[in-house]
Design a protein around this ligand. Structure first.
Ligand code: MG
Length: 172
């Protein structure tokens, strides 16, 4: 026999595990620094944006906000607000992580970067470390994958970079 219970009551019987997904793209332009996951990479081009345009940090912020059910980065840090002009996105990420930490235990982050150039490999460990520090996670719980787009599309033509992130959280 099944008893009629509200969806909220039924969910209370399970651990409140959340998976959030974030995605971002930014255009590559001359005359800007290239900052990815808080690490500055030597390159002829950098990412265009209102903040430092750290596409990796932005995807992670959206993954966290998605898991927490709190909208997106545009709501949290509007690009019309002069406070976020040139902002260090890793600091914004740390701010979001600290705020969510009151209600959620972050468990794991998996991040994928799409870049035809430069090569991400040599900077991978530094990026993981920066992200782990900002998130308050041990480095082994921060995974970073990097790939080209096989010369296809806007990433392949080196017009921009893309990043996507998956964050796993458990409600305290
Ligand atoms: Mg962005």
């Amino acid at each position: 026999m099944t008893t009629a219970r509200s969806p909220r009551k039924r969910l209370q019987a399970w651990p409140d595990l959340r998976v959030g997904w974030g995605f971002d793209t930014h255009r590559l332009v001359r005359g800007r620094p290239l900052i990815l996951a808080g690490v500055r990479l030597p390159h002829t081009h950098g990412l265009k944006g209102h903040s430092d345009a750290d596409v990796a940090a932005h995807a992670v912020i959206d993954a966290l906000l998605g898991a927490a059910g709190e909208g997106d980065i545009g709501l949290a840090f509007p690009d019309t607000d002069p406070r976020w002009k040139g902002a260090d996105s890793l600091k914004l990420l740390a701010q979001v992580a600290q705020r969510l930490a009151k209600r959620f235990q972050l468990q794991h982050l998996d991040l994928t970067l799409w870049a035809e150039s430069p090569r991400i490999g040599p900077f991978r460990q530094r990026m993981r470390l920066k992200l782990a520090r900002a998130l308050g996670l041990p480095i082994e719980r921060v995974n970073l994958k990097a790939k080209t787009n096989e010369k296809m599309g806007f990433v392949g033509r080196k017009e921009g970079l893309a990043a996507c992130a998956v964050a796993t959280l458990i409600r305290r």
